[in-house]
Design a protein around this ligand. Sequence first.
Ligand code: URA
Length: 184
Amino acid sequence: MNLEDISNQIKVCEKCILSKERTRAVPGTGNPNSKVVFIGEAPGYYEDQEGIPFVGRAGKLLTKTLNELKINREDVFITNIAKCRPPDNRRPTREETTACTPYLNLQIDVLTPKYIVPLGATSGEFIFKKYGVPWTAMMKENGIIKKVSTIFGELRILPVIHPAAVLRNPHRTEMFVNALKKLI
Ligand code: URA
């Protein structure tokens, strides 16, 4: 199985109610050979329209900040915990996450990343739990790399606050940028 096979499965998935209201599923985009994977929470309005993650306001902030750090979003892989937009941009429920994360796990198995960057607490908690690392809170974990060993070798997990949280509170810009700088 490759990333395209997984995307094709996601595009026709009907495992949870989010499939009923979506315009498009948002499997993930980027370099299939990248060893760096960014994982957000779930698509918003513009992502649902375009089928591409992080293209709305929060995504533009992420892309701009990465560019300032000389990281091109085409060179990394970007996806989400939930591949379809929850109504009113609410958090995905436990049932939706349980239904959807087998796709994320498959994507991670195929990509065998060296870095995973969870954006925000929903993603941070899921990834920490997956690798057996205790989660505290986003404000405590932001920018702190956790090294874990996997059957594919060492993996570094770098939790970063969600760019939407930075838009809500611009005072968090510095902690967002400083956390992302740990990648370079
Ligand atoms: N927020 C997310 O968590 N993911 C997206 O793709 C867009 C906004």
